[in-house]
Design a protein around this ligand. Structure first.
Ligand SMILES: *Cc1c(COP(=O)(O)O)cnc(C)c1O
Length: 467
């Protein structure tokens, strides 16, 4: 499989180069040159198969020519052995035909682990025997950072630097990052918002000499490997609920549009998905974009679902590329307008294509808290605020009750204990393996929101620059 940039200018790459490159050199994102299709019989054949078996079948077309099936299988087995549930991503029934898909059984209790655990192994596989060193730099609103650090800690050929917005991640999130003391792990608290952190990382990728000097690689959801790994659980859950003989709808708590874009890819591959609901908190740029046709950046408002406190949603570019008939020049123009004036309009026909598959809405803070309380009172389930946003939007857009509605449950409630307790009066406990998190030693550095200063910090510590 070849990979092309959403802006049409960067060279086509093979899978492993696209993986290690992250952001394309023209500023675009890599996507497969075409979507592999699966027949309804192939999808029906997933019934009764394990998560690993389905993952291998779903991912193989994307890595074809780069990774042997036996190697992929071994990496998948290792990656998901760290999960605390046999099914990896189990479904739980929440109503007559309403479900949550629990994506938080990995080592850092958020869905980011599902992709990151396999991504680290894919990186290792790509670097093996090449004597090459990489420096991973990523921005996090809380969950990506801890998942990445956990997956990449202690790896020989990789240093990892994670930027988080100072004071804007939960204490559990911060400690999951800063208590990992491996020498190749560096945490930077930036004076600013998540969007500032993400803009700094993008600027580093666009600084070609810095990029080459440190062997910069990215693991944010712009990395195709992340999206690829997330396609799998749409297949496992749909088949468990009677697909492909029936259609399924999904409500996806959305920030950077990575998780839900994986659902779009599953649909393009042939999985009968009726509707994908883009569920946002009050930082609702995506809901506004799909409902009005204008993508206009506002200011970020901190919420109790901080992993979605985002105004610039990177992966949306991948959807724009597809619904603009893969016209890289058109995407480039929209992104230039975004840069220059903070917004752009989406063409009517492109918007119509997006709306055929996506609906979008937001849940405000009151609705989110009310849903946490409702789940506790009516079902005895503790849910996290991001999941609550998803359930709230699912309830508003329920549609045909005979179609199963699956809300992606993106984090364990113990990751956001203060918000959960405030909403329903119950404090979720950390799983036993993390019970001492608050006693562990922390290590982090603080930095101004200044590209030059942060590049200097990274240059001084990356082992790639010593080579
Ligand atoms: C990252 C994250 C999201 C948003 O996912 P995207 O792929 O960025 O849209 C939602 N919920 C939680 C808990 C997250 O960590």
């Amino acid at each position: 499989m070849k990979y092309v940039s959403t802006r049409g200018q960067a060279p086509e790459l093979e899978f492993e180069e696209a993986l290690l490159t992250g952001l394309a050199r023209d500023g675009g994102l890599y996507v497969p040159a075409s979507w592999p299709r699966m027949t309804q019989e192939e999808i029906a054949g997933f019934a009764g198969k394990s998560y690993i078996e389905v993952a291998e079948a779903v991912m193989m077309p994307f890595v074809d020519g780069a990774i042997a099936p036996a190697d992929l299988r071994a990496m998948l087995q290792e990656a998901y052995a760290s999960f605390g549930h046999q099914a990896v991503t189990p479904l739980r029934q929440m109503g007559d035909n309403d479900w949550i898909l629990e994506l938080f059984h990995g080592p850092t209790l958020a869905f980011k682990d599902v992709a990151m655990q396999i991504l680290a192994r894919l990186f290792d596989h790509a670097l093996k025997g090449k004597g090459r060193r990489l420096t991973i730099v990523g921005a996090t609103s809380g969950d990506t950072g801890s998942a990445a650090i956990e997956a990449f800690r202690g790896r020989d050929a990789i240093d990892i630097f994670i930027l988080h917005p100072k004071g804007r991640v939960s204490e559990v999130q911060r400690r999951q990052m800063t208590t990992v003391l491996d020498a190749n792990v560096h945490n930077i608290a930036v004076e600013g918002s998540f969007d500032d952190c993400q803009a700094l990382v993008k600027a580093m990728f666009n600084d070609m000499s810095f990029r080459d000097e440190i062997g910069l690689a990215g693991v944010n959801s712009i990395n195709w490997g992340r999206v690829m790994a997330q396609i799998v659980y749409y297949f496992t859950s749909a088949v468990a609920l009677g697909g492909p003989a029936r259609s399924i709808s999904y409500s996806v708590p959305t920030g950077n549009f990575g998780d839900i874009f994986a659902g779009y890819v599953a649909r393009e591959m042939g999985l009968p998905i009726e509707k994908l609901l883009v569920a946002t908190n009050v930082n609702d740029i995506l809901a506004r974009a799909l409902n009005t046709g204008r993508y206009d950046v506002g200011t970020v408002t901190p919420t109790i679902s901080p992993s979605m406190d985002i105004q610039v949603s990177s992966n949306f570019e991948r959807l724009l590329f597809d619904v603009c008939d893969r016209d890289g020049a058109a995407v480039e123009r929209m992104m230039q307008q975004l840069q220059q004036s903070g917004g752009f309009g989406i063409k009517e026909d492109a918007l119509a294509k997006a709306r055929a598959c996506f609906s979008a809405d937001r849940a405000d803070e009151t609705e989110t808290a009310a849903m946490i309380q409702k789940a506790q009172d009516e079902m005895g389930e503790l849910i996290d605020p991001h999941t609550a946003v998803g359930l709230s939007v699912a309830a508003k857009h329920r549609g045909d009750p005979s179609i199963p509605m699956v809300t992606l449950s993106t984090a364990h409630p113990a990751k956001f204990p203060a918000a959960v307790e405030a909403a329903c009066g119950v404090t979720p406990g950390l799983p036993a393996r993390m019970a001492d998190l608050f006693e562990r030693e922390e290590r982090l550095d603080e930095c101004a929101n200044d590209l030059h200063a942060i590049e200097g910090f990274i240059r001084a510590r990356s082992r790639a620059t010593a080579a």
